[in-house]
Write a protein that binds this ligand. Structure first.
Ligand code: PEP
Ligand code: MG
Length: 322
């Protein structure tokens, strides 16, 4: 099987009935790019920039960040790279920020909420990104967006930093796609409104499932409720994809679900444009999609959306994959 997959490294990902989708990788550091290319990744769908900030005693400088982003963009040689701005808080802490303990960190001061408040820190990251964007195909996405106002504020700050850089005579990227992660159910519900203003969506199912089912993604006691294949989650995913397409935008997914063998037939059927996963899953997923007809998976997805339980969905996929 491994030898069979290896032949697919430079092949496009096309379903049996000729529909193309993009298989991208999730990375945490510039060093991870090697594995992305070796495994035939068509882009980076999620660059988790938290790692630049973690395991140290102070914030990374603009130059340090610029070097990291530039390195990823150059090594990806023009392939799309979606960089997520700092998603700290929740389970990821930065001791040097000295933030007060919270009762519910996952529902608290994290990600874009924190960046919009600690703007000095946020602006440095955006400046580094705007400058690095010259070296490749950069797209920026904001994590944990709950309201349009948050997106507009983040976009406004980015625009301000761009103008400042231009005034300073720095080279900055001309046009840049701006997207959001859909990790919060209310954002999925209003996806039609967001789609008018963002350039793309990336569905973060790790958090979307946790928030939709009100089940902590780390808590074993309630792990039976952590159900990515629940018809409820599938309906949210469909809302996001349909909303994007209605505005001529694209929708990707960068949660674990995007690389999951059982989810993929349904996601293909729902029309997901980009699947971002750990690099080592890419070739396996490509070989799976080559064997699937998107039209047939559309039927499967439509049925799954009407099912009552997760186990019915899993059974239906098993049947199709036989
Ligand atoms: C997600 O929530 O699905 C996601 C990709 O982000 P993270 O796993 O970093 O929270
Ligand atoms: Mg998340």
């Amino acid at each position: 099987k491994k030898a069979e997959w290896a032949k697919l490294v430079n092949e496009p990902t096309v379903s049996k009935d000729g529909q193309h989708v993009e298989l991208a990788a999730n990375i945490g550091t510039p060093e991870d790019v090697k594995g992305v290319l070796e495994n035939g990744g068509e882009g980076v769908g999620l660059y988790r920039t938290e790692f630049l900030y973690m395991g140290r005693t102070q914030l990374p400088t603009e130059e340090e960040q610029f070097d990291a982003y530039k390195s990823v963009l150059e090594r990806m040689e023009g392939k799309p790279v979606v960089v997520r701005t700092l998603d700290i808080g929740g389970d990821k802490e930065l001791p040097y920020l000295d933030l007060p303990k919270e009762m519910n960190p996952f529902l608290g001061f994290r990600a874009i909420r924190l960046c919009l408040e600690m703007q000095d820190m946020f602006r440095i990251q955006l400046r580094a990104l705007l400058r690095a964007g010259v070296y490749g195909n950069l797209k920026i996405m904001f994590p944990m967006i709950a309201t349009l106002d948050e997106f507009r504020s983040a976009k406004g700050i980015l625009e301000e930093e761009k103008q400042k850089l231009l005034f300073e005579g720095q080279q900055v990227v001309e046009k840049i796609e701006l997207g959001i992660m859909v990790e919060i159910p209310s954002t999925a519900v209003l996806a039609d409104q967001f789609a008018k203003e963002v350039d793309f969506f990336s569905i973060g199912t790790n958090d979307l499932v946790q928030y939709s089912m009100a089940a902590d993604r780390m808590n074993q006691r309630v792990s039976y409720l952590y159900q990515p294949y629940s018809p409820a989650i599938l309906r949210l995913v469909k809302m996001v994809i349909d909303a994007a397409h209605a505005e001529g935008k694209w929708a990707g997914m960068c949660g674990e679900m995007a690389g999951d063998e059982t989810a993929i037939p349904i996601l293909l059927g729902l029309g997901l444009d980009e699947f971002s996963m750990s690099a080592t899953s890419i070739l396996k997923v490509r070989s799976q999609i080559l064997r699937l007809s998107k039209t047939e998976m559309k039927n499967l997805a439509e049925k799954a959306l009407q099912m009552k339980t997760t186990s019915e969905v899993i059974e239906a996929v098993k049947e199709i994959m036989k």
